[in-house]
Design a protein around this ligand. Structure first.
Ligand SMILES: Nc1ncnc2c1ncn2[C@@H]1O[C@H](COP(=O)(O)OP(=O)(O)OP(=O)(O)O)[C@@H](O)[C@H]1O
Ligand SMILES: [Mg+2]
Length: 385
């Protein structure tokens, strides 16, 4: 709103004061009229009750005294009430005005892109405190979304650089005749274009996951079914790689979880793919499911590479790859665990990692409440292929 338009409208304090003055004048007018119309005749009747016959000058003097006393009382009342109205208005609007001014300033800063602006409550009352709190929450979420967007863009640019420059180099080499079109060239180009395609698919999922906008289609599923179908799905791939895959889920009993089966399948598939990638031939991977109180735990344990302690806290970070060269060679983008943890969180559960150290295997534990809650139900969802 322009300054002129703001000036044209009266402020909160002025309007509150005007309202009080109107009420004050109405009550004083009523009191004055009553005092004028009823007071003198009442007083006159009482004076005559004391003594029926008065000297007219004496009577006039007494009655003038009554009128003057009434006038002084009403005037003093008006002045004191007016003073009180001004004081009360000032006291009441001071905090409100300050909070509203702070909200206006912060809102215009946020609209100009200063998303770190916040409002501290200046004692304008419970409702304004709630409004300030809601504004801060909104600004915080905007800031977080913006930070996610920025990080995502810079990470993405970083991730795109390698495959794009490799493809570019090969194209130039082929054009100049420095590189021949053979099986190796075809493999490199196919691998790098596949990585670009995968990245494009992952990026949408990861931004949705990090902003809590994953769509979940919940249905009740017995944990044993969930784990058994994942193990079955991956059995052939593990057999081909010479890694033993076993499922132990008897202790889960008949526990039922309310989950999005596709999303949970995505999590378990990623955990198993990771385990296979990091377990050498002859190794073993065990998927176990059990119930612990009000939650079920699904644990994927492998006998493979293990994760050094200093890397454990980073494996869930976006685009993090422990052994960059090796994981990149296997086509991983370092996004799988980020999405998996976000999916677990969205189900009201958690995903954690543990390892005894390098060469001593790793263990990933997915915990889900027996009656899982859905935390966010946004408009659209995507499936990661
Ligand atoms: N079972 C495991 N054993 C050892 N290291 C692991 C294991 N699982 C994950 N990691 C480490 O955590 C990193 C992140 O895993 P994540 O699943 O997020 O990405 P990725 O598997 O590299 O790629 P993507 O899943 O996106 O294809 C991996 O690069 C790897 O270094
Ligand atoms: Mg992975």
């Amino acid at each position: 709103m322009s300054t002129r338009a703001r000036r044209g409208r009266r402020g909160l304090a002025t309007r509150l004061l005007l309202a009080q003055v109107v009420v004050l004048l109405a009550s004083l007018l009523t009191a004055g009229l009553v005092a004028l119309l009823v007071g003198p005749s009442l007083f006159h009747a009482h004076v005559l009750q004391v003594r029926p016959v008065w000297d007219p000058a004496e009577l006039e003097h007494i009655e003038r005294g009554f009128r003057e006393a009434s006038f002084v009382a009403l005037s003093a009342g008006l002045l004191i009430s007016l003073g009180c109205a001004i004081a009360v208005t000032w006291w009441m609007t001071r905090g409100m005005q300050r909070t509203l001014d702070a909200l206006t300033t912060a809102a215009s800063k946020v609209s100009r892109g200063h998303l770190s602006s916040r409002v501290s409550s200046a004692g304008g009352g419970a409702e304004l405190d709630t409004l300030a709190g809601a504004f801060n929450l909104m600004a915080g979420q905007l800031e977080q979304t913006e930070a996610t967007r920025r990080r995502l863009l810079s990470d993405l640019a970083h991730e795109l650089r390698t495959p794009i420059s490799t493809i570019q180099l090969y194209c130039e080499g082929l054009t100049d005749g420095v590189i021949q079109w053979d099986e190796a060239t075809e493999r490199v180009l196919t691998e790098h274009t596949a990585r670009l395609a995968r990245l494009a698919g992952d990026i949408d999922d990861v931004s949705r996951a990090e902003e809590g906008r994953l769509e979940l289609d919940l249905s009740p599923v017995p944990v044993t079914d969930l784990v058994a179908s994942t193990v079955q799905r991956q059995q052939d791939v593990f057999a081909a790689a010479g890694v033993r895959l076993t499922g132990e889920y008897r202790t889960a009993g008949d526990a039922v979880v309310h989950v999005d089966t596709d999303r949970l399948g995505q999590v378990l598939d990623n955990l198993l793919r990771n385990a296979l990638r990091h377990t050498p031939q002859g190794g073993a991977v065990v998927v176990s499911a059990g119930r612990a109180g009000e939650e079920v735990q699904v644990t994927v344990t492998d006998s493979g590479d293990g994760i050094p302690a200093e890397q454990l806290s980073h494996v869930f970070e976006r685009f993090y790859r422990g052994d960059t060269a090796r994981d990149r060679d296997h086509g991983g983008s370092g996004i799988g665990l980020t999405i998996s943890r976000a999916i677990a969180d969205a189900h009201g559960g958690s995903l954690t990692a543990s390892s005894e150290g390098r060469g001593r295997g790793s263990s990933f534990t997915l915990r889900l409440p027996v009656r899982a809650r859905q935390r966010s139900v946004p408009a659209h969802g995507t499936d990661r292929s």
